[in-house]
Design a protein around this ligand. Structure first.
Ligand SMILES: *Cc1c(COP(=O)(O)O)cnc(C)c1O
Length: 411
């Protein structure tokens, strides 16, 4: 609220909760009145630890698959319990690479939810296949297995389920459907780092999985992603396509004495500078998750009675799943209450947000034959979901302000 803050003399006061000084976004934090500052929806936690790795990287190789890239791929593979991980320029590219590795034809169909970010659907189109959208189920907000079964034609080759908010979708029935029909499963685990289903990390449940390290995700290097491929043949193809169609990865492992052009490809390799940032983020991943979990737990405890009273739904907490608290949201009984809540929270300096514009009703979605159909759950959720600020730099006082602002809403 710029009008108001200009009337309030700035107070040079240290913040009550001292988090290790964030870079960039933290500038000026201690100089304004914490009661008036806008509370951002998400913030990356970057500090001296990332700076230190970055300067180490600057002294050596900065291109992709350098010392940090190789180290981080190894760390991720170990953490996820898989033989290999490929670092990519983004999760969008990891999804694209996974679908390209499936070698689909223009007649092949791939199913993805209508309630997701555009990247999931773009990957299918970039791989030259037909996109078929599908509704979500209302508990996990992921691909609805019954709808998927109904929408999967004889030409269907793959499913791309999305784990919304870091909570596993209905993987049991989806994996069963895939096995029965011979479909590949490519998980969009962009939001799923360090979350699990039946004790298995998200991104390792299907044939392929893609993680995001975008600024808004739990662990970040600005822009980046990772591709997990459990099938060795798929992995071999993706590894080559990722490196401009060359077998440079095999060369780096010492398997060939020079590298050469072996297939069509492009460049999906993460620069070592960014891998260095990720290396530092992996060191603090447990702290990041603990802070996110503390905020989400507080929201749940303090908002539950209010939510029950107004018929507002909080994120589900179903069995067999461990969430990474990527998102905390409220689902209002109807659109008008959500829109009013968004406006009221923003007036109080709380950066709340909606999610997602349904793909089938977006301008481009409307031009796609596979987007024709009824998607009632997607439409209802998209109209009534509101995300609250959730990131590791939220102070106790900021969480309190968010909770107070929500409790004042009359849903
Ligand atoms: C963030 C996100 C992506 C894209 O990730 P990038 O790393 O930014 O390319 C894809 N799918 C979902 C569900 C996401 O949340």
């Amino acid at each position: 609220m710029p009008g108001q803050s200009s009337r309030v003399p700035p107070r040079c006061k240290a913040r009550a909760v001292v988090v290790s000084a964030p870079l960039g976004y933290g500038v000026g934090f201690g100089m304004s009145d914490p009661a008036l500052e806008t509370i951002p929806l998400s913030l990356p936690w970057l500090d001296e630890r990332e700076l230190k790795r970055l300067s180490e990287s600057l002294r050596g190789r900065v291109a992709g698959d350098g010392p940090f890239g190789q180290r981080v791929e190894g760390r991720l593979a170990e953490r996820l319990g898989v033989p290999h991980v490929l670092l990519t320029t983004s999760c969008t590219h990891a999804l694209e690479l996974a679908l390209l590795a499936l070698e689909l034809t223009p007649e092949d169909e791939v199913l993805c939810p209508a309630f997701t970010f555009t990247s999931t659907a773009n990957a299918v189109l970039r791989a030259g296949a037909r996109l078929v959208l599908c509704d979500i189920e209302p508990v996990t907000l992921g691909l609805d297995p019954e709808q998927a079964e109904a929408r999967a034609s004889r030409r269907c080759r793959a499913l791309v389920p999305v784990h919304y908010g870091g909570l596993a979708c209905e993987m049991g029935p989806l994996l069963e459907l895939a096995a029965r029909r011979g479909l590949r499963v490519v998980e969009d685990a962009a939001q799923g780092f360090d979350a699990s289903w039946r004790g298995r990390p998200l991104g390792t449940l299907g044939d392929a999985g893609a993680l995001s390290f975008h600024e808004t995700k739990n662990v970040t290097c600005g822009e980046g992603g990772a591709l997990i491929l459990r099938d060795p043949a798929l992995h071999a193809r993706a590894e080559i396509m990722r490196e401009k169609g060359t077998n440079r990865k095999a060369f780096l492992r010492g398997e060939v004495d020079r590298y050469t052009w072996v297939s069509a490809g492009s460049s999906y390799v993460l620069a070592d500078l960014l891998a260095a940032l990720l290396d530092a983020q992996l060191d603090k991943a447990a702290e990041i998750q603990a802070r996110r979990s503390a905020v989400a737990t507080r929201y749940r405890q303090e908002l539950s009675p209010w939510a029950a009273r107004w018929g507002v739904r909080l994120p589900a907490d179903p069995v067999e799943r461990e969430s990474n608290h990527h998102a905390f949201f409220l689902i209002f009984p109807e659109a008008r209450a959500r829109d009013q809540a968004l406006a009221a929270l923003r007036r109080r300096g709380v950066q709340a947000a909606s999610h997602y514009e349904p793909l089938h009703s977006s301008p481009f979605g409307q031009t796609l034959p596979g987007a024709v159909g009824a998607f009632p759950v997607t439409e209802r959720v998209a109209r009534s979901l509101l995300r609250l600020p959730l990131h590791p730099l939220l102070t106790g006082a900021q969480v309190e302000r968010v909770i107070e602002a929500v409790l004042e809403l009359q849903a």
